[in-house]
Design a protein around this ligand. Sequence first.
Ligand code: NAD
Length: 352
Amino acid sequence: MTESFVYEALPMRVVFGPGSMARLPGEAERIGARRILVLSTPQQRDLARRVATLLGERAVGVFAEARMHVPVETVAAAEAVAADLAADGCVAAGGGSTIGLGKALALRRGLPVLALPTTYAGSEMTPIWGLTENARKRTGRDSAVLPRSVVYDPDLTMTLPAAVSVTSGLNALAHAVEALYAPDGSPVVAAMAEQGVRDLATALPLIAGDPGDRAGRAAALRGAWLCGACLGATTMGLHHKLCHVLGGMLDLPHAETHAVMLPHVAAYNLPAAPAAAAALRRALDTDDAAAGLAALAAGLGAPGSLSELGVAEGDLARVAGEVLADPYANPRPVNRPELTALLHAAWTGETS
Ligand code: NAD
């Protein structure tokens, strides 16, 4: 970590705890929303209905059509419903897809968002929005899309299947790892990142063993909050770039790709980022941070190689080419031979 830094606190209000969903009406009162549209995916319609019941007269409708990657058609449909109902706020009840829809409504209609996250994706902590049109996803940063209040209720994560919890949690952990060596890091971010990694590394094995472990669920959600805040505060490096290219080019599952790549990128980057390595050794209680990350992922039964995800060896050169074509912040410079070796190791799943 450099001695000079800039830290900009985002105006986030967090309400955390089992049963805290019951505090939503109070949070709505705080932001002055009287006509709330509740958002969810079709799979979480029941949750959206429960939220609407809880909000009573303050809820004017439910829009349970949120989709992955925020298609503009879905946003247009939600905007039409919001306009018809004269909504003056929304509650996004669900994971990154639902919160992404809430952010789009904030961006396009200025509707304030209350978030009720049910996964570990962390979107609720970032000013990053995304919209997909004609199969292309545009993203941007705008503080207007930040939820006005985030209610984290671990009870709502009890139904998240163990396998999804593990990959979603490892994805969150990757945000913290890269925040630890980001060019715009700071002592505040480093503290959040270290604790986020510690929470998730402790909680995920408990959840993998018993998805109903309440203490594990609370610790994982707290870790996801901290890791999401790291993502919102810093610029991500080689790991996120690689996952973005792999996902976009080869249509790989997002969270699983993060789980496979993280130990390999950590092994590559950490020798050039000693403070990050030290923080991770403390958080993971290990002598070797990259090996600790690999052991954590393997112990959780996460996919271990790109070949397991269906990547062909012949695709690796194209991936390397696209990664190298677009510069990004990274503590260790990247060249083609080293990147090719890294991708090969990830493809076979061998960690050094
Ligand atoms: P998701 O929101 O797509 O949810 C996946 C599925 O799981 C959905 O069907 C959902 O209804 C269901 N689900 C969610 N919570 C559940 C629960 N507790 N129990 C049972 N089922 C549940 O998945 P996600 O991983 O949360 O979000 C992924 C999306 O978020 C991606 O599009 C990603 O790009 C985006 N994202 C954005 C940011 C950002 O800063 N803008 C950050 C992280 C992720």
